[in-house]
Design a protein around this ligand. Structure first.
Ligand SMILES: [Zn+2]
Length: 382
């Protein structure tokens, strides 16, 4: 190689494209179901589709199988059905478009998909509502292809406290919750601490015999919200061999954004309610109508955030526990705001650019973009 070829091979985009890029969390499957979007086409809105994923060099996407308990129940047939139709939608992606998507459950599947120029489609359960307080359902979802689960989303379950409600302030894992974690360990399903209460976090770390992960969280030392991890938590999680996948959502990465958002939410509450009332569709459609107003108003009323703030969280984690315990979990299509220079999956190379600018090596970047999570997936499945 002459020097110009060497330079070319080491530009940010080449480094980004060579890396296996794994996003641990996106809510796009709910768009497929509720908005009937075809994510094999380039979409004019939202954050993720196959065309933009290829442009952004994405190799693997964990799709969140999210059951919103207020709409579908914190358990029971409604919650299970909502999870099942999302799983079915992910499987259908790979069946209908095998040239684009490859269903995956292991690190090896992800590597093969990447070699074959396909995007690996994986699944994680967000909130344990769909297991309906039955241990055998953990195995049921594992058999259906689910490879991680967070015990609770913003609403506590009877067996695990959430960071998002009153019950979670005192609730950790009960005996059943600990059994669930052990069953996940036995099967090889990763345990996700994103959204859980502090007490639940510590119960998980003390119960799990396998690496514990956060699929989409930030550092509380930078953005002080209950949803984020304290330094002590990051150290404890790293000791399990796990990975903190940094979220891109401004509320969880930008200092003060959460307080400003609360003020804006109060200002726009009537607008949001009106959009909901005027929407003739069902509960999921009404939620979409509310979220559309929020997205529009947040863009107008809240400060913009940049990719550099995501890297601040990555830096913080690396300084605390080293390069082997950090990854990324965008929360694309699950949030009403994104960084101004990371508007969709197509912009992912900007993350690599910023990492290079801060002095990370290509080897470090490989670990951050996906290598660390591939390692955890391997360790969990053995
Ligand atoms: Zn979430």
């Amino acid at each position: 190689m002459n020097t110009s070829e060497v330079r070319k091979a080491n530009d940010p985009l080449s480094i980004h494209r060579r890396a296996i890029t794994v996003d641990m969390h996106a809510d796009t499957v709910q768009r497929i179901i509720d908005e009937h979007v075809d994510i094999n086409q380039q979409l004019a809105d939202g954050h993720l589709d196959a065309v933009r994923a290829r442009e952004g060099g994405l190799d693997a996407q964990f799709f969140s199988i999210w059951v919103e308990p207020q709409l579908f129940g914190g358990g029971g047939p409604g919650a299970m059905k909502r999870a099942d139709i999302q799983i079915e939608a992910v499987r259908a992606l790979a069946e209908k478009h095998p040239e684009t998507w490859q269903l995956a459950t292991t690190a090896n599947d992800v590597r093969k998909a990447s070699e074959n120029g396909r995007i690996a489609a994986l699944m994680g359960l967000e909130g344990g509502y769909a297991i309906d307080e039955r241990l055998e359902n953990v195995d049921r979802y594992f058999q259906m292809g689910v490879r991680y689960m967070s015990p609770a989303w913003s609403v506590s379950t009877t067996w695990a406290g959430s960071s998002g409600d009153e019950a979670g302030k005192t609730r950790g894992l009960n005996d059943f919750g600990k059994q669930v974690v052990r069953e996940m360990n036995r099967l090889g399903m990763m345990v996700d601490v994103s959204h859980v209460s502090d007490k639940t976090f510590w119960d998980i770390v003390n119960t799990s015999s396998r690496p514990v992960i956060a699929t989409h969280s930030g550092c509380r030392a930078i953005a002080n919200v209950p949803r984020n991890l304290t330094d002590d938590m990051i150290v404890a999680l790293a000791k399990t061999g796990g990975v903190v996948n940094v979220i891109f959502y401004p509320e969880h990465i930008e200092p003060g954004w959460s307080e400003k958002k609360k003020r804006v939410d109060a200002e726009i509450s009537e607008l949001v309610q009106r959009a909901s009332d005027e929407e003739p569709g069902g509960v999921a459609q009404k939620k979409l109508a509310r979220d559309r107003v929020r997205a529009r108003e947040y863009l107008k009323r809240l400060p913009s955030v940049s990719v550099s703030r995501i890297v601040d969280h990555i830096d913080h984690i690396v300084k605390l526990v080293g390069i082997d315990h950090v990854g990324m979990g965008s929360d694309f299509d699950g949030v009403q705001a994104v960084p101004a220079d990371l508007k969709s999956v197509a912009d992912l190379p900007k993350l690599t650019e910023e990492l290079l600018r801060r002095g990370y090596s290509e080897q470090d970047i490989d670990k951050i973009l996906g290598g660390n999570m591939l390692r955890v997936m391997e360790e969990t499945s053995h």
